[in-house]
Design a protein around this ligand. Structure first.
Ligand SMILES: [Zn+2]
Length: 251
């Protein structure tokens, strides 16, 4: 597994599945591990990569309560794993369904660690990670959290603002919450020099991502259609049709 240093002290690895990203924020010899993902061999490779660089996991963060964002590996150690209060709640109440989404063949040791996040009810991470601001909203998933590093101008967006996935305001279907989520992210996007999405590719033009998502949703709301090229990406045609149905039925 290779890690790309997208900006000083921020490494991103990419899974072979769904272009899922894991972000490693380095602080001295310690790291904050955001959404390590996602199959067992990749989690081992991530542990190898940290070991090879002499880095220790000091904390973990899950951006939202979807199965591919709640993983952990024994070799990451017993560092605290944080999430927003709503995410932590869903990680418990939805555990059976989340495990089902993981698919079969997972070792018991990883299943035991799956989704064991603790609620962090604060606007920022505890020290020494206190520079990291948490932007919590209900777009894509209730309690979805973006991480904002003002000093580095980096926004870790979770499953929002992707170049390969359309806006996915599902589970529960809630378009107003998604639009509010984009509004919550907007001031950070405006200041960000670098954005890392949970699926897809980091960008140095975060505003273009926000514009594309707003344009797509506005088009579907106003005329039931969109020419967004992401509709042609794997799995997105179904999601596009789902949103069209939602808009017809609810707006
Ligand atoms: Zn998700």
């Amino acid at each position: 597994m290779t890690a790309v240093e997208v900006t000083e002290g921020v490494l991103v690895t990419t899974s072979a599945i769904d272009v899922t990203t894991s972000t490693i924020v380095v602080r001295g010899r310690e790291v904050l591990l955001v959404d390590p993902a996602w199959v067992p061999s990749e989690l081992v490779a991530l542990a190898d990569l940290l070991h090879a660089r002499g880095l220790t996991v000091a904390a973990g963060f899950s951006t939202h309560a979807h199965h591919d964002h709640l993983l952990w590996h024994p070799r990451f150690g017993d560092a605290p794993r944080w999430a927003s209060p709503r995410t932590a709640e869903l990680a418990v109440s939805e555990r059976a369904g989340l495990l089902e989404n993981m698919g079969k063949g997972w070792p018991d040791g990883l299943l035991a660690l799956f989704a064991r996040v603790e609620a962090l009810d604060a606007g920022r991470l505890p020290e020494p990670w206190g520079e990291v601001e948490l932007v919590v909203h209900d777009g894509h998933a209730p309690g979805h959290t973006a991480l904002w590093y003002p000093d580095r101008g980096v926004l870790l967006a979770g499953d929002m603002l992707s170049d390969i996935e359309l806006p996915l305001p599902f589970g529960p279907d809630d378009l107003p919450a998604y639009l509010a989520g984009l509004d919550a992210l907007a001031p950070y996007v405006a200041r960000a020099q670098l954005l890392v999405p949970g699926h897809g590719h980091p960008t140095t033009d975060p505003l273009a991502r926000l514009d594309a998502d707003r344009r797509y949703l506005a088009d579907v709301i106003s005329r039931g259609e969109s020419d967004d090229p992401r509709i042609g990406k794997p799995g997105m045609a179904e999601n596009h049709a789902h949103l069209q149905r939602m808009v017809r039925e609810t707006l």
